[in-house]
Ligand binder design. Structure first.
Ligand SMILES: [Zn+2]
Length: 87
């Protein structure tokens, strides 16, 4: 079992009254960037918290981690900064 679980690309949610097309785009259309993208990850082997990661998908290297809607610097998040991760 890996300590961290990949949760897919992170995109801003659509506005207050999204159309069906906007919901479909948000839920199902992925960029799958060959390069840097923001992603959701879960610390499933620890506290179970979901957080966001800015990762270079080509080199599989984490550039930055942050808690969505909050500040950076969570101890468990720092554990993966600058290290390679298993998607
Ligand atoms: Zn944690």
């Amino acid at each position: 079992m890996y300590e961290f679980r990949h949760g897919g690309e992170a995109h801003p949610r659509p506005g207050d009254s999204p159309s069906s097309e906007q919901w479909a785009e948000y839920l199902y259309l992925k960029t799958n960037a060959a390069g840097v993208q923001d992603e959701w990850w879960c610390h499933r082997g620890g506290c179970g918290r979901w957080f966001q990661v800015r990762r270079d998908t080509v080199r599989n290297v984490v550039q930055r981690t942050f808690v969505a809607g909050g500040g950076a610097g969570e101890p468990e998040v720092q554990a993966v900064q600058g290290e390679s991760v298993e998607p």
